[in-house]
Ligand binder design. Structure first.
Ligand code: NAD
Ligand code: FE2
Length: 400
């Protein structure tokens, strides 16, 4: 086969693979509300699973947030093994240790219990375990022959919506560059959105993860791959965030606000599953990879800047969000409504303590960060491409 043929078949395979985003995807069965993690545990027993690998992180386990779920699983007759080695932005090494644990413990299913990091790690553990391969072999679109091992999730942050998506993000051990594992079987069979596990989530994590949910909602809504269905979820998520994030941040014990945020996060995840994200994520992912900036925090800082750039390209869509969220009515005019929405994003960031800048960005890194963000962002269906100057401008504006 000549080089030209190889290139042609490679392009064809990639094009066919990306059609995965255009198809409607299955959705997890959802248990919602206080105590729903217990209902999920009983459902796992009814599915007939005998031993489940619970994937979580150590701080969360030490807080005792997992105890009720473990107890409910045992009571329902399901044995458990706990892998608590997840770290924020899990690396291939962490995931491979989880795959080994699954095999050694002879598990038949996986339960993610934690934030997006635990859920993403659990997804790739389930996929790698079923295919008897390492996490690196799973990176890409549909790389594995067999579907993931049966997988369930209890999100303990309200932001990533990872329990709704078929994507998992894992980092390279050395470079920390993020790689995406994309496979339809990464959508859990069932998930519990239980506000009780979120009552101890510290305010700064509530704030940052909540803005991740808002970013998913807005980027999917203004992007070019939106559909009626993703728009429905995007709008609903925007309203839930504007109505509840401040309360969840200031009064973490308010279970109504926590539940609303869990739902916002889930709707955001459903929206990006088909409509994808945009330049906010492209820039934030690279701040995470280079300096370890938490995913939600990076998005929160970058979101209003990208919206300022997109205001003329997405005026109507931004105005629609503003109207849906009760920030004005059609008679205000699209331009004014779009302006109001962006001002409300700036204001929400201010109220919940999101800093305007970060001191991690080194002046000497701006060009490489720009390259990486533009390359990633070029793959997303944003309202328009942004220029080098614009991307550089955002990085300089958010540098302390
Ligand atoms: N797959 C997807 O669709 C998707 C989408 C967005 C983000 N992500 C990924 O998700 C990750 C970020 O996830 P995250 O923002 O949820 O943070 P996280 O999972 O990294 O957790 C952040 C911190 O919060 C703590 N924590 C979590 N829940 C808690 C609770 N209830 N009480 C007290 N502490 C708690 C954790 O111990 C951890 O220290 C990133 O790796 C990102 O790439 C994935
Ligand atoms: Fe995100």
């Amino acid at each position: 086969m000549t080089a030209i043929h190889k290139k042609f078949y490679y392009r064809l395979r990639q094009a066919l693979a990306t059609t995965v985003f255009l198809k409607p995807q299955p959705k997890p069965m959802i248990y919602l509300g206080s105590g729903s993690r217990i209902q999920l545990s009983q459902a796992i027993a009814r599915f007939g699973f005998k031993k489940i690998l619970v994937v979580t992180d150590k701080p969360l386990r030490d807080l005792g947030v997992l105890d009720t779920t473990l107890h409910a699983l045992h009571k329902a007759g399901v044995e458990t093994a706990v892998f608590d080695g997840v770290l924020p932005d899990p690396t291939e090494q962490v995931v491979d240790a989880g795959i080994t644990c699954y095999r050694q413990e002879r598990c038949d299913s996986v339960l993610a219990f934690g934030g997006g990091s635990s859920i993403d790690a659990a997804k790739v553990i389930a996929l790698g375990a079923a295919n008897d391969c390492n996490s690196a072999d799973c990176i890409g679109i549909g790389q594995c022959k067999l579907p993931a091992a049966p997988f369930f999730a209890v999100p303990t942050t309200a932001g990533t919506g990872s329990e709704a998506t078929f994507i998992a993000v894992i980092s390279n051990n050395e470079t920390h560059a993020k790689g995406a594992v994309i496979d339809a079987s990464l959508i859990p069979k069932a998930a519990a959105l239980d506000p009780e596990v979120m009552r101890g989530l510290p305010p700064h994590i509530t704030a940052a993860t909540g803005m991740d949910a808002l970013t998913h909602a807005i980027e999917s809504y203004i992007g070019r791959w939106e559909t009626d269905e993703t728009n429905y979820y995007g709008l609903a998520a925007c309203r839930l965030v504007f109505d509840n994030l401040e309360e969840a941040w200031s009064n973490g014990e308010n279970l109504e606000a926590r539940e609303a945020m869990a739902l916002a996060s889930h709707y955001g995840g459903l929206a990006i599953t088909n409509a994808l994200v945009g330049y906010v994520h492209a820039i934030s992912h690279n701040l995470g990879a280079k300096y370890g900036v938490p995913h939600g925090l990076g998005n929160a800082i970058v979101l209003p800047h990208v919206l300022e750039l997109m205001v003329d390209d997405a005026t109507e869509k931004l105005a629609e969000i503003a109207v849906y969220c009760g920030m004005g009515d059609r008679s205000d005019g699209s331009g004014a409504l779009a302006r109001t929405l962006i001002d409300r994003v700036w204001a929400l960031n201010e109220v919940i303590g999101i800093p305007r800048t970060t001191d991690v960005i080194q002046a000497g890194d701006v060009e490489t960060l720009t390259d990486a963000a533009l390359t990633e962002g070029g793959n997303y269906p944003s309202p328009r491409f942004i220029s080098r100057d614009e991307c550089r401008g955002i990085l300089r504006a958010i540098s302390a």
